[in-house]
Design a binder for this molecule. Structure first.
Ligand SMILES: Cc1cc2nc3c(=O)[nH]c(=O)nc-3n(C[C@H](O)[C@H](O)[C@H](O)COP(=O)(O)OP(=O)(O)OC[C@H]3O[C@@H](n4cnc5c(N)ncnc54)[C@H](O)[C@@H]3O)c2cc1C
Length: 535
């Protein structure tokens, strides 16, 4: 159905892959780190060998039969998101949870017809954007009593429908992928500049549904800040909020819909606030002798009203593993950008502030795209393509992220690093690595993002990774962090999310779901744990 096919078991399209030259330094790092001469390479899964049951749904009404698919490729492609846990299951050939049907609506009428039909036959519905969820948001792992699972892929709803140059806003269909959205915005000489790491393969609807965070480290971190209104098809009907720059009229309907992760309806379009194209940029990398000096410098920057676009404190080990720096020091990658005014003076002020905390800017020759920050940026953008090569060699690379107030940061950081290192050793029987960087920073606290690598038992990669993640999540919550800053809740984070969410608000969200989705068919198990037929 899709013209250029996405890889069903890994990041990217079928014509894309990390090259052997690109993978060599990455794999060399892991040979050295794990002291392994050669990894045993397991082949990628193939459509004819994977374990997938027959579809339970075989009859389709005339109005939708042409947009529904039940072939193995489509069902495999929509079986998982793109976390390591997903990758481990895919490499095991386990597609037993495949959706029964994958539907490709061509317009909003189709979305309505599909939701109505699923309600009539008692099937669950999973909205699908780019499928880049790392929290099981699109995985058809459903416990309730359903006649089957219908995944609705928004691929064809990918156009800018209107542009308002006066308010500088655009009305956009939810299924548009990041690069396509920017290409279309460029024709109006504007940009959204919302760049999550998954930008290439995630959609506007997915960003809004999960409250994604983009590349802005401060100010406008979440997609929320760019949403002017939302139009959503729920089983109870269409809900569309008024286009407004702001409104104090009671609880915000948009703020309710954002973060519902497909559990009450499908976002079909939104008006988004866009920006003039960027004309001025500055970037610098600063190093610190001690990690704590970097932390204090970032706290000072975040509280000084400077608001850099990029403010990533990367610990010494992560800087080394990504090839950005030599591992002797943490690095702080700073950036400013503006459509209207030069930003060099802001960078100068920020670097001066860093010096007060012992920061040293790296040599001029090492600044810029081809050096420290450039190397890190390259690893960041290409990283998703490395995963299949790591999983096939039995290397677990997984991430988790949080946000915490500054007063609790140091304790959270040290207890999480200690807990995860210990869990890796206990679970896999050998040491691994745990690293941390800040993805976003607020005046009252950072959003630390942790990455761990380990060599689990080949037959139990997913299970062992999950054991480590449970220890990590418990440590994050105990130290006062949130279960997620931007990866969303999905199915994976539900137990911790339910602990974090105040119970009366949980009850109110459950009531809201019952009103919008009376048959409980929308993405069961996500945000609201109750499912159809559960006691
Ligand atoms: C390599 C990698 C890097 C990532 N980097 C970031 C990052 O920098 N920042 C960040 O925030 N996240 C990041 N993520 C997580 C993920 O990309 C985000 O959650 C993203 O917003 C998901 O968008 P999507 O279109 O792929 O949605 P999907 O993965 O398809 O869906 C995510 C959830 O939203 C629901 N959904 C999707 N579309 C709609 C719709 N139109 N209406 C209603 N519900 C819908 C789905 O049912 C599901 O619950 C990353 C993931 C990967 C794999």
């Amino acid at each position: 159905m899709t013209e250029r096919r996405r890889k069903f078991y890994a990041w990217g399209f079928e014509d894309q892959s990390a090259t052997p030259e690109e993978m060599k330094p990455v794999l060399d790092t892991w040979h050295r780190t794990f002291e392994v001469d050669a990894f045993d390479v397991k082949p990628a899964p193939t459509l004819d060998t994977i374990d997938m049951p027959e579809s339970r749904i075989t009859h389709f009404p005339e109005a939708i039969k042409d947009i529904c698919r039940t072939d193995r490729y489509e069902r495999a492609l929509h079986s998982y998101g793109r976390s390591f846990l997903d990758s481990a299951k895919m490499f095991r050939g386990d597609f037993r949870n495949a959706p029964d049907v994958v539907a490709y609506p061509r317009n909003e009428e189709d979305v309505r017809a599909l939701i109505d039909w699923a309600g009539d036959i008692g099937a669950a519905v999973i909205p699908f954007g780019g499928g880049s969820s790392v929290v099981g948001g699109v995985n058809p792992e459903i416990n309730g009593t359903y006649a089957g699972v219908v995944t609705i892929d928004m691929w064809y709803l990918n156009k800018i429908l209107e542009f308002d140059p006066v308010s500088r806003s655009a009305r956009v269909q939810a299924g548009v992928y990041g690069p396509d959205l920017e290409t279309q915005l460029k024709t109006h000489n504007v940009t959204l500049r919302h760049y999550p790491q998954s930008f290439e393969l995630s959609t506007l609807g997915g960003w809004i549904a999960t409250r994604a965070a983009g590349h802005y480290a401060t100010h406008g971190t979440y997609i929320d800040d760019y949403v002017e209104n939302i139009r959503m098809v729920s089983p109870s009907g269409i809900s569309e909020s008024r286009r407004l720059p702001a409104s104090g009229a009671g609880p915000s309907p948009d703020r309710y819909v954002m973060g519902t992760e497909g559990s009450v309806g499908i976002i079909t379009e939104a008006w988004i606030r866009v920006l003039s194209r960027i004309k001025h940029k500055a970037s610098k990398t600063v190093t610190f002798a001690e990690y704590d000096q970097g932390v204090e410098a970032v706290r000072a920057i975040s509280q000084a009203g400077l608001y850099p676009a990029n403010c990533r404190l990367i610990d010494a080990l992560e800087a080394k593993l990504t090839g950005a720096f030599d591992g002797s020091r943490p690095i702080l990658v700073l950036g400013y950008e503006s459509s209207h005014y030069p930003v060099d003076h802001l960078m100068d002020l920020t670097v001066e502030l860093c010096r007060e905390f012992g920061g040293t800017p790296v040599d001029e020759a090492e600044q810029g795209r081809n050096s420290v920050a450039g190397q890190w940026r390259n690893a960041f953008i290409r990283g998703p393509y490395y995963r299949e090569h790591m999983t096939s060699r039995g290397i677990c690379r997984e991430t988790f992220e949080t946000a915490v107030c500054w007063n609790n940061f140091k304790e959270l950081h040290s207890s999480v690093i200690e807990t995860v290192n210990a869990a890796i050793k206990r679970v896999t029987g050998r040491a691994g690595t745990v690293t941390c960087r800040f993805t976003h920073v607020y005046p009252n606290g950072p959003a630390p993002y942790f990455t761990f690598h380990c060599l689990p038992d080949r037959e139990r990669m997913g299970e062992q990774c999950m054991e480590i993640k449970i220890a990590a999540y418990d440590a994050v919550m105990k130290a006062g962090g949130t279960i997620t800053h931007h990866h969303a809740v999905g199915r994976l984070h539900m137990p911790w999310y339910e602990k974090q969410r105040p119970a009366p608000i949980g009850a109110a969200f459950t009531a809201a779901k019952k009103s919008l989705d009376p048959k409980s068919i929308m993405n069961p198990g996500v945000i609201i744990s109750e499912q159809r037929g559960n006691p």
